[in-house]
Design a protein around this ligand. Structure first.
Ligand SMILES: Nc1ncnc2c1ncn2[C@@H]1O[C@H](COP(=O)(O)OP(=O)(O)OP(=O)(O)O)[C@@H](O)[C@H]1O
Length: 255
């Protein structure tokens, strides 16, 4: 009888953090000079955690997200996702990892206007060469409360519905990590709550990891932890804060 014990690489991967940033610096160089957007950020995002990243405008939040998701390269330091170092991958391998392991939800929903809701949601599977199963597409549409909207085009939906399509599209591949940049920035408060609840459920129900940049303390209160950035560095964190405590911590940071 053959052994069914997990292989060693599996064990190593399950013990590593979902996402590790190790001494990340990012310097943008242009004719106007150099800007140090990140100045040595080391942080571990544990599996199944929901982290909000906050900080003043220009503190480096979007740069952190872009580097963590392999959409941009840090100047120095290392990013590891599920035990894989992003810097060691070529563009093809990085794109594959991004499509299979990461889900993206941005303020601009980035849906394809010419495709139906169904086809927008099925697209990430098609891009990874998998044939989307109808029941899987309908399951995620159902999960985000859009089961009746499969045949519509994005322009025929409200902003909140479009953002829920974007979340369904991110959910369909079962990514290990969701990256969200101001996912509720364009939404009213009750629609924001629905969207944040979906991200919360991704961590609570399926143990996925969420990293969300936000300016909004109410949105950040959905996270387990808020990580505060100041001038390209981690300035502190707050666990299980409500919106008032998070807002107070933000204003301490800015004063
Ligand atoms: N492509 C770029 N070229 C030059 N400088 C850049 C570039 N992108 C960002 N920066 C600079 O890097 C710093 C960090 O920018 P970043 O967008 O990460 O901040 P942020 O905290 O997300 O800001 P905001 O809350 O305003 O979106 C800022 O000083 C910004 O001007």
């Amino acid at each position: 009888m053959t052994s069914t014990a997990p292989t060693r690489p599996f064990v190593v991967q399950s013990e590593s953090p979902a996402l590790l940033l190790d001494g990340i610096t990012k310097t943008y160089r242009s004719k106007a000079g150099a800007v140090d957007a990140l100045r040595g950020v080391t942080y571990q995002f544990t599996r199944g955690s929901f982290t909000a990243v906050m900080g003043a405008s220009g503190s480096g939040k979007s740069t952190l997200l872009q580097c963590a998701a392999g959409l941009d390269q840090p100047t120095k330091g290392m990013v590891m996702l599920g035990g894989v170092e992003l810097g060691g991958l070529d563009e093809v391998a990085l794109t594959k990892l991004r499509r299979e392991q990461m889900g993206f939800v941005f303020q601009a929903y980035n849906l394809l206007g010419s495709l139906t809701v169904y086809d927008n949601v099925a697209l990430p599977l098609r891009l990874t060469g998998r044939r989307p199963r109808r029941e899987d597409v309908y399951r995620v549409l159902d999960q985000v409360g859009l089961e009746g909207k499969a045949k519509r085009r994005p322009a025929e939906l409200s902003g909140g519905q479009q953002q829920r399509v974007a979340i369904a599209r991110a959910l369909i591949t079962g990514p290990a990590v969701f990256f969200a940049d101001e996912p509720t920035g364009a939404l009213d408060s009750s629609t924001s709550r629905q969207v944040l609840t979906l991200l919360r459920e991704a961590t609570d129900r399926t143990g996925q990891t969420v990293v969300m940049v936000t300016h909004d303390p109410v949105a950040a209160a959905f996270a387990d932890r808020v990580l505060f950035l100041s001038d390209g560095l981690v300035a502190g964190s707050l666990d299980h804060g409500d919106a008032a405590r998070i807002a107070a911590a933000m204003s301490d940071l800015e004063s």
